[in-house]
Design a protein around this ligand. Sequence first.
Ligand code: GRG
Length: 287
Amino acid sequence: MNIENYLAEKKELVDNALKGYFSNHNPFFEIMYYSLDRGKRIRPILAIASYEANGGTDVNKIMGIACGLELIHTYSLIHDDLPAMDNDDFRRGKASAHKKFGEAVAVLSGDGLFAYAYELFTEANDQLPERYRIVKEISEAVGPRGIVYGQILDIQKHQIPDPRILRQIHLNKTAKFIALSIKVGAILAQASEDNIKLLHKAGLYLGMLFQYTDDILDVVGKKEKLGKTPKKDINQDKLTAPRIYGLDGARLRAQKYAQLAKANFSKLGEQFAIFSEITDFVLNRTF
Ligand code: GRG
């Protein structure tokens, strides 16, 4: 199966599960679902791919965790788009949450998605030691030692374009969450500690690559394809890879991160080949 088909098949699984988690509740779930709809689902797909590559056989077992990751990711996008943060009117090919529902409801949608994610993480009560570890690791990666810290660095004005700060932004805002998504699949599938460690390391490189390509697409991407506003980072004087290294320099570094990710994934053996394909897909993505 080629990588596009693989990603489309897994995305459909995740989309169907998400629909299920958001049906038959109060009307606020429809409002939250508006923002959830139409994402690429990279993080849940990584969790599922890792679970399966590590020998997990029942995809339903990982689905609550995979979908919960997407809820947290979506909350971060909603809050990032708010006027107090990046102030973006367009997300996932449509009006961002505050444009559609107003700021107060957008804030609450983010809050609701964040909290509901933890209901999904804990929906099953089998494999409790693994699930406890997963919830702990997720909390760490999305909180003040992860995404939130990355966002704090990202919204600061950086007069001097310091590559060390850029690395901290990329690592905390994006890479830790991508690596975590791979890690949780491995933990639930009861992979060895060596494999979990190696997957996490490779995942950090993949995450850095993901943010490099995001920064590059901000410069060269098309609004219709991206589903979000391009040139946002340069116009807001954000610290990005093209600002520090130039477009060609950023592309070169993206290739280096892709090589590092693949070198580490390949140490895990043939059954992890899908991760090298995902890495190439991320390197060459146009959305
Ligand atoms: C508000 C706590 C808080 C954090 C916000 C999400 C975020 C942090 C900032 C948005 C801008 C940005 C470049 C974030 C890095 C993560 C990233 C590349 C998000 C876009 O993820 P995709 O491409 O989006 O997976 P879709 O819509 O496909 O899910």
